[in-house]
Design a protein around this ligand. Structure first.
Ligand SMILES: *Cc1c(COP(=O)(O)O)cnc(C)c1O
Length: 232
């Protein structure tokens, strides 16, 4: 069969329609209009970024350092400056590359990352990522480590705005495939750490996350369509 190549980006009108539908469901789940929708553009080309911004999204999330840099440069060349959120697994040696481009570092999960971000991107906004499901392969600190990381970030002059988590991704974690225990755990931790932002919920589970108090949802496929498998 003929390879049809990458799918064209959705039009700004289609993106706007999908975002409006998501906004409606956020309201129905008890969220107000302050819930921030982060459009996840990972693996999609620059055309998707342009459509998202034309549709009125301002927050975009990327998982891979090099890809974020390329898209940020492409967007800037077109006069576009979204707020970039780094939401992928973060290696310490990628912090330098990303510094100055990231509006919110969402995946800070160990002391060495706090220190490196404080050094390379002083005063920046961070979220502490927590592994709320006890899945072995997953990024995120243990729940009982979150408070010390928030404190360390404050001590190093960073702005720890809140916590981030990813719901269950594999069988056998806390809650099975029900993400609610993970989301409730994160909310309780944020109260204890005295931080306001809760980044939780993706295309499949954002309504449950909002019902549990999410202030920020990270949504890719429900806005941009399915992603091609990576490296495939
Ligand atoms: C890919 C990704 C998302 C978005 O996933 P969808 O299911 O496409 O909405 C959100 N958060 C993180 C951390 C991701 O890696």
């Amino acid at each position: 069969m003929a390879d049809r190549g990458p799918a064209p980006p959705p039009t700004p009108e289609l993106v706007a329609e999908r975002v409006a539908a998501i906004r409606e469901r956020i309201r129905a789940a008890g969220g107000d209009d302050g819930v921030r929708i982060v459009g996840v553009t990972k693996t999609f080309p620059l055309g998707h970024v342009e459509s998202a911004l034309a549709a009125g999204l301002v927050d975009l999330g990327e998982n891979y350092a090099q890809e974020l840099v390329e898209k940020a440069e492409g967007a800037a060349a077109a006069g576009l400056e979204p707020r970039w959120h780094f939401i992928g697994g973060l290696q310490r040696n990628k912090v330098k590359l990303l510094a100055g481009r990231v509006w919110l570092w969402q995946t800070v999960d160990r002391p060495s990352l706090v220190d490196e971000i404080a050094k390379r991107d002083p005063g920046s906004r961070v979220l502490i990522q927590v592994n709320t499901t006890e899945e072995a392969q997953k990024s995120g600190c243990r729940p009982d480590e979150a408070e010390a990381l928030v404190d360390r970030a404050r001590e190093r002059g960073l702005r720890p705005l809140g916590l981030m988590t990813v719901g269950p991704t594999a069988p056998g974690g806390v809650g099975g495939d029900d993400p609610r225990p993970a989301f409730e755990l994160l909310r309780g931790l944020a109260e204890r750490c005295e931080v306001a932002e809760l980044s939780m919920g993706m295309s499949a589970d954002y309504e449950l996350a909002v019902a549990a108090g999410a202030t920020m949802v990270r949504i890719g496929s429900a806005i941009f369509g399915p992603r091609a498998p990576r490296g495939g």
